[in-house]
Design a binder for this molecule. Sequence first.
Ligand SMILES: Nc1ncnc2c1ncn2[C@@H]1O[C@H](COP(=O)(O)OP(=O)(O)OP(=O)(O)O)[C@@H](O)[C@H]1O
Length: 380
Amino acid sequence: MPHSQPVIRARGLSKRYGPHAVVQDISFDLLAGETLVLLGPSGCGKTTLLKTLNRLVEPDAGTVEVQGQDVRAQRPEELRRGIGYVIQQVGLLPHLTVAENVAVVPKLLGHPAAQIQARTEALLTRLHLAPERYANQYPRQLSGGQQQRVGLARALAANPPIILLDEPFGALDPITRAGIRREFRELDELRQKTVVLVTHDVTEAFELADRIMLLDGGQVQQLGTPRELLFQPANDFVRRFFEAERLTLQLRTLQLDDLLIDLARSNDSEHINNLKSNQNIIQSNVTVQEALELLSAPLEARRAATTAHKTPAASSSAGAVSSTAPASEELASSPVLWIQHLANKATEQGPPAAASPLVPVTLPALMAAFGQAVQRLQRP
Ligand SMILES: Nc1ncnc2c1ncn2[C@@H]1O[C@H](COP(=O)(O)OP(=O)(O)OP(=O)(O)O)[C@@H](O)[C@H]1O
């Protein structure tokens, strides 16, 4: 299959229940490895739309192609074996052990027993459920968070290229929920999959989505990247939907990369003195939120983090120090020139993709640059 062919192609999907048009003329393409989040208020049609993808709901109009094949040409059971599905209620079979629950689909597909066992143990380990402790337990012996992880392991067991998730963290308390979401985001296995996830939680959507489809009354209000929805809302509904959390979302969405032009413009003498005397050097691919946390940390913690050229907050996401990083003497002697050099490069070529140069930055300069960047990005 050519890489650019969508893994899921939906065209003109519509569904009514009695007088209610629950899904109205929805079309989208999803490429391999993309995560699409269906977001919107309760009753807007997210779950119904998701279920049209694996034929748990038959649309009144429209088509779905999975890997180039019309889903109506496939038997529903066969289609579903190739598409992992996780729901809020988890739906583990109570009379089967954890390992047996995970093995359900591979068994149906006739995988050899030794292979199933190896895969089950590997998945449980990766999801922090030590097999020697949990494999033979029953769902009722597990916490809600552990059950969710077994549900995810079960959906991944037969290694399907597509995973559908319906409020998979919905039943969890906020702390467990944030923890599992982080594990989920960092799971290599999932990064390669094409994922459609339903949620009504805005933070969750922004953390996990490559693109968000915001729905209301069964209609797409906007389909785009989190940044597009935040800075270029298509209509008043979209604008209002993010209003309450706008600042938090902006802090978590923008990275230092996005602020280089604004940081370079700062010629405040205090800022320049700060840069020279008290350098905080941060990788440019951290979010403004992470940079603020770092710059607000006690000086010793900051020194340790910047000496290591990695922020504690960003340690999991920050990549290797880029080859464009200057020798430290060069940075020490002319931090302002260095930041201007980065900004020029960003203007010419767009933000660096894989490379994450180091940026000298101070708290006041960062706050001012953030304000300017928001203004700049919000212009139509
Ligand atoms: N089988 C059904 N029969 C009749 N009405 C249904 C059926 N399934 C869903 N609906 C209705 O369709 C609308 C959309 O439901 P859906 O579950 O898709 O919304 P949702 O956005 O996922 O909501 P939530 O976030 O509350 O789960 C709701 O008004 C719901 O009552």
